[in-house]
Design a protein around this ligand. Structure first.
Ligand code: BG6
Ligand code: MG
Length: 218
């Protein structure tokens, strides 16, 4: 079966918001009296807001009532929104516009597959809402990555099967979600972290559509 659709994660693939999620979570952990490292943060990438908070609290040895957790998640999101409020199309990651031009040229369908509830706002800020034929975000799904729901729904909305899809992901949980959905996964990062990806590159700037289609068909 040939590849007919590319499904993109947002944070860390299209735009460098992964660093802002990390900074906001780190600030929250610090206020609670402990710290989180960059290595620990790898396990938070692609994970929903509530699941991330649970992982962070467990890391700090804290168990809090639901009400307090809702308050903390809201606080983190407010800090995150402050950090992203000045973002513009200048914050799109290197190589993204050129890569999307190639994707269109090749006649492939595109979907966003992000568990972020802020994804529509971020896409609007960077002027990329129209770059996607389907947008699946945190408001449309009930299970975050590594559950495959976000990508399975993306394929469904595009009207293609899993075998026709390539997923682009910077997160360990996201790579797993793509594989569990039965898709070819391109890891954006390093092979030592994204061990389950079918191929890995440092950014979309380092990739061509032609090379990916060749690898996916191999
Ligand atoms: C993912 C990020 O894209 O979205 C995670 O990689 C984040 O770090 C998740 O927790 C949920 O985002 P939001 O914007 O709904 O808090
Ligand atoms: Mg990501």
């Amino acid at each position: 079966m040939s590849i007919n659709a590319f499904l993109f994660d947002l944070d860390g693939v299209i735009v460098d918001t992964a660093i802002y999620h990390y900074q906001a979570w780190k600030r929250l952990a610090n206020e609670l009296g402990f710290d989180i490292s960059e290595e620990f943060n790898e396990g938070l990438k692609g994970v929903s807001r509530t699941d991330s908070l649970d992982l962070i609290l467990a890391h700090g040895g804290l168990s809090l009532p639901e009400e307090k957790k809702t308050e903390l998640a809201t606080q983190k999101n407010e800090w995150y929104l402050e950090l992203v409020s000045r973002m513009t199309s200048n914050d799109i990651l290197p190589g993204v516009p050129a890569f999307f031009a190639q994707v269109r040229q090749a006649g492939l369908k595109t979907a966003l597959g992000s568990v972020s509830k802020n994804a529509p706002m971020i896409l609007a800020r960077i002027g990329m809402t129209d770059a996607f034929d389907a947008i699946i975000d945190g408001n449309k799904i009930s299970k975050g990555k590594p559950d495959p729901e976000v990508f399975t729904k993306g394929a469904e909305e595009l009207g293609v099967s899993a075998a026709e899809c390539v997923v682009f992901e910077d997160a360990v949980a996201g790579v797993e979600a793509g594989k569990r959905a039965g898709m070819f996964v391109v890891g954006i990062g390093t092979p030592d972290v994204l061990t389950k990806a079918d191929m890995v590159a440092l950014s979309l700037e380092k990739l061509t559509v032609e090379e990916i289609l060749k690898q996916a068909a191999a």
